[in-house]
Design a protein around this ligand. Sequence first.
Ligand code: SF4
Length: 213
Amino acid sequence: MRHKILERIPQEQLQQDLERYRQRAIELGATDAKIITTDEVIIDERVLAKCTYPKCPSYGTNANCPPHAMSLEQVRKVVSNFSYGVFLKLEVPPEHTAGQEAIDKGLFNPYRKKLSEIAAKIEAEAFYDGYHLALAFASGSCKGTFCPDIECQALLPGQPCRYPLKSRTSMEGAGMDVYTMATKVGWDIYPIGAATSPADVPCGMRLALVLIY
Ligand code: SF4
């Protein structure tokens, strides 16, 4: 039997459900998850500037990345209409995310795919629990994650996304400063790129967010 939609969720039930989603994310494979309030979601124009300066290969190639994704103004309004979310972390071994070889071979891809699927699953479970507006944000470009060698179907007129139950806009594609957000909840996060040696960092990290209520 499904829960009926309530005009207002009692605070005790909401807190129990948030904790259940937090634990569920870990059960599904997240390394850690934290309940956060939406005033801890940091939205910053400089994050979107990083999509174009220098231009990311995913920019403009799919429905979930800028400039097709929600504008920062929309994201700010959407986030402000929620009170709580569950912030998800998936740790990635350094050799699968740091350095040119990891980038060239896409060794991080299975991790962002896994985290995107976890976030979308939590969103779906919350929806069926009566949190009908729950909304997930994933990590990285869905084009690279799910449709690397084919064009984005969702950009074609009248066509939906091929993976509506898995693919979401990334936190960074929505202008969220995931690095600072991770730091604020106590997760050690390092700047990692092509010039990083795997020996220089203890781990990499993918991050996702599910706004619940
Ligand atoms: S069709 Fe593929 S590239 Fe387009 S939005 Fe969906 S997952 Fe992303």
